[in-house]
Design a protein around this ligand. Structure first.
Ligand code: EPU
Length: 363
């Protein structure tokens, strides 16, 4: 596979593609570097590349006999992806913009945001309008369109709690379809957009139901402690957002400074019997009981116990303040980061008998 970017590779790709006659009038480019379009800062090429600034480009794409056959990859903020090689198909760079208040009823304000809006800017916009609901999810990198795919979550909240519906362009039918929250099949860092709809749907916009009767959600211990340290007993949505931003800035690396994709692994879910056995061997084990009686383990703790925190393998490393975050120390390839991830998975398996699952989409 071609992994390192170079002028040669780019011109070869351009030449190959230009020989084929593309019938659509879409402004497709070839051999485009994705380095600035993924938060790991990994250098990989898109064989074909289209900036999706208008959703009517999608039917045109579907009607093009050649283009419709290419593998597709939609990139929003590129904050939940690891490019281990060049992408041998068409990258759609999501640039749809716009925020609209759709309606207001006794229960909620329905706000629709286009997929290409920056997530954190959108959260700040809702707070500036006086709409609470998304404040616990402040400062998560990425775009609005990516939020439902992995059901982003932090500090005691998951985006599914506020999703009213998600509109997608369905490549199978060629139609725009609205999926209800139930149809999105949300779960921990998971949704239908990682499974049944993965190949066929391009998310166009997301509608959020933001409660009129807003209540603060301060159940997450670290958030409660942060508010307490600020002597805030009855926080506003804005104050919760400020506290979350402060915690994240303290613990998580800023992708603009050091390449990363947030948590690299999901916190594993295991049966109660397995957790009880592990607890006997490791009394410090960090685990959280789930509504169905299973347990969620803190993957960061497992990795930390294996001695990986702060260590590097080549130019890929484990962040020194949070073992769940893998970082690009400078010039790492996606394959190098993936090798580090696999070494960690192997160690955690040997020591704890637990399989860690990667959170970002692997290409
Ligand atoms: N821990 C360690 N060592 C570490 C990291 C964590 O011992 O290096 C222990 C901590 O002491 C704590 C426990 O693990 O007891 C959990 O750590 P933390 O509260 O930091 O949360 P997390 O499980 O590591 C999850 C999400 C984050 C989210 C935070 C806060 C996942 C995979 N990650 O992290 O989400 O911000 O909770 O809610 O669920 C993301 O998905 O990209 C992400 C950053």
């Amino acid at each position: 596979m071609l992994v390192n970017c170079g002028q040669n590779r780019r011109s070869v790709l351009r030449a190959v593609y230009n020989r084929r006659s593309m019938s659509s009038n879409l402004p497709i480019q070839h051999g485009v570097s994705l380095r600035h379009l993924n938060t790991f800062g990994v250098d990989a090429l898109a064989h074909s590349y289209l900036e999706l600034s208008d959703w009517s480009m999608l039917p045109a794409l579907r009607n093009d006999l050649l283009l419709r056959q290419l593998p597709r990859l939609v990139l929003g903020g590129g904050s939940n992806i690891l490019l281990t090689a060049d992408f041998p198909g068409l990258v759609l760079q999501m640039q749809l913009r716009g925020i609209t208040v759709v309606r207001q009823d006794a229960e909620a304000t329905i706000v629709r945001a286009a997929a290409g809006e920056n997530w954190h800017d959108f959260v700040l916009w809702t707070l500036a309008q006086g709409y609470g609901g998304l404040e616990n999810l402040s400062l998560i990198p990425g775009s609005v369109g990516a939020a439902p795919i992995q059901n982003i979550g932090a500090y005691g909240a998951e985006v599914e709690q506020c999703v009213e519906s998600v509109r997608v362009f369905d490549f199978d039918s060629g139609e725009v379809v609205a999926l209800t929250r139930a149809e999105c099949a949300f779960a921990y860092r998971d949704s239908i957009f990682k499974h049944g709809m993965r190949e066929r749907a391009v998310i166009l916009d997301v509608s959020f139901a933001l409660p009129r009767n807003w209540q603060p959600n301060t159940r997450y211990t670290e958030l409660a402690q942060e508010l307490e340290s600020r002597a805030i007993a009855t926080p506003s949505a804005r104050q919760i957002s400020d506290a979350v931003i402060a915690i994240r800035r303290r613990k998580l690396p800023d992708p603009a400074v050091i390449g990363n994709a947030g948590s690299f692994f999901k916190n594993p879910l295991i049966p109660a019997a397995q957790r009880d056995a592990l607890l006997l061997q490791h009394p410090q084990l960090v685990s959280y009981v789930q509504p169905d009686g299973s347990y969620k383990l803190a993957a960061g703790w497992l990795i930390d116990q294996c001695g990986w925190k702060g260590r590097n393998l080549g130019a890929a490393g484990v962040y020194e303040k949070q073992a769940l975050v893998l970082v690009n120390r400078g010039g790492a390839t996606g394959a190098e980061i993936w090798r580090l991830a696999q070494a960690i998975q192997a160690d955690v398996m040997v020591r704890f008998g637990v399989q860690l699952e990667a959170e970002p989409v692997l290409i």
